[in-house]
Design a protein around this ligand. Structure first.
Ligand code: GCU
Length: 409
């Protein structure tokens, strides 16, 4: 057994990766092996899902007692007339008086019809996606200080590159998102201002066991999908979930638990996302949960005992990708994002393949990752973009190519 050591340093040498054996996705806890899609669905999938809930991402949150949609800005032309833009406040209310709200920004192709949709979350605030002054500043829950709020206002359009809106709309897709900080402020004390308050009492500094911020963010994405499903111009049968980095970890978990998503787009998600946990390359669970501690609250506290020796984990991330089957998944990496372990992300998608095969879906064929900028695969697909940790037009182009194929556009 390999045990992580302090001081910890990230390993970037293939030859230095301690030997590991991955759990067999098809091997049930009772020692039998799944032989067909039905056994996977009825037996192995539920037990694996329980393991991921219990040991990593936490409970799946329920529906609130009441949901109301308030129009903040009515649907109106945007992006030089090719799109309609609207902003909606979702009010969540409980019979006991608790409430929470989240603002959703949405762009839909202006042309008539029912459109497939990408649903996800953004860092910082909705207004980072465009310089359009009509976009309401969101993400205010992250930090109430005057300084943060002022800085937040200066962020209009600063991540435009991550939202190639005109290209998305031109290809016939709608896109809807909210700021993750409005669902669970991304800090260790974020619990108290998070949507989890709707369901459980949260004390001053409590980090409630059995929950994770990723679990709460995922709940938020599903509630955005509920909302867009009420709109006549959206074809909710054709929904895709997207997310980058810690939000890529989130999009993968969301895609697993919310089967309404037919395509799961996972971008540069790295450790705790698509990358194999046992492959100690770049960031590791030990670093994330203990050494740097950056992601302590992203996952449940139950994950902690495993992070010192990842071969004690009862699962690994290829099994999480497998839980998306028979729906489609696209795993993306970037060449300059070795922290996220592109090869570990590829191998995870590769090893998930045998579950997809049970459904007659196509697994990745080669144990060797493809060269950069060369997408491979159909139902399970992989793409490594040249460049930094980011989500850019070429990532979106591949996600939309996947969606086109699935939805036969
Ligand atoms: C850090 C963290 C990653 C995470 C990333 C992000 O790099 O270590 O696990 O994915 O932040 O979300 O930007």
């Amino acid at each position: 057994m390999y045990v992580e050591k302090i001081p910890w340093t990230a390993n970037y040498e293939e030859t230095e990766i301690p030997a590991y054996t991955l759990p067999d996705a098809l091997l049930c806890q009772d020692g039998t092996t799944v032989k067909n899609a039905e056994e996977w669905q009825n037996k192995r999938r539920p037990e694996l899902l329980e393991i991921f809930k219990k040991e990593m991402y936490g409970q799946i949150l329920p529906m609130p007692d009441h949901v109301e949609y308030e129009v903040l800005t009515d649907s109106k032309p945007a992006l030089d007339g090719i799109a309609m833009m609207r902003q909606t406040r979702i009010h969540f209310k409980m019979d006991n008086g608790k409430s929470h709200d989240v603002d959703v920004l949405m762009f839909t192709p202006a042309k008539e019809g029912k459109h497939p949709v990408f649903v996800g979350l953004t860092f910082v605030g909705n207004h980072v996606c465009s310089t359009d002054p009509e976009i309401i500043i969101t993400g205010r829950r992250m930090d109430a200080s005057e300084e943060y709020q002022k800085d937040l206002e200066s962020k209009r359009g600063f991540q435009e590159r991550r939202f190639p809106l005109k290209e998305i709309i031109s290809r016939g897709y709608a896109i809807a998102f909210a700021c993750y900080n409005d669902i669970f402020p991304d800090r260790p004390s974020g619990w108290k201002e998070s949507a989890l308050n709707l369901f459980i009492p949260i004390g001053e500094l409590a980090s409630p066991s059995g929950y994770s911020s990723i679990g709460v963010w995922s709940w938020g994405i599903s509630r955005i999908l509920d909302y867009v499903s009420t709109l006549p111009e959206i074809d909710a049968e054709k929904a895709c979930v997207f997310g980058h980095s810690r939000l890529g970890k989130t999009s993968l978990w969301t895609g697993v638990i919310d089967e309404r998503f037919k395509l799961v787009c996972v971008n540069d998600s790295g450790c705790g996302g698509a990358a194999l946990s046992r492959r100690l390359y770049g960031e590791t669970l030990f670093s994330m949960m203990h050494y740097t501690g950056i992601g302590k609250y992203w996952f449940t506290a139950t994950l902690r005992p495993y992070v010192y020796a990842t071969d004690t984990l009862p699962m690994d991330q290829h099994e999480l990708i497998a839980l998306v089957a028979p729906r489609a998944v696209a795993v993306h990496s970037a060449t300059e994002d070795q922290w996220a372990d592109p090869t570990g992300e590829y191998l995870s998608a590769y090893y998930a393949g045998k579950v997809f095969s049970l459904f007659g879906k196509e697994p990745l064929k080669s144990l060797t990752p493809p060269p950069p900028d060369t997408p491979v695969g159909t139902d399970v697909s992989y793409f490594e973009r040249t460049g930094k940790h980011d989500i850019l037009l070429s990532d979106w182009t591949h996600y939309m190519d996947m969606a086109d194929r699935i939805f036969k556009k």
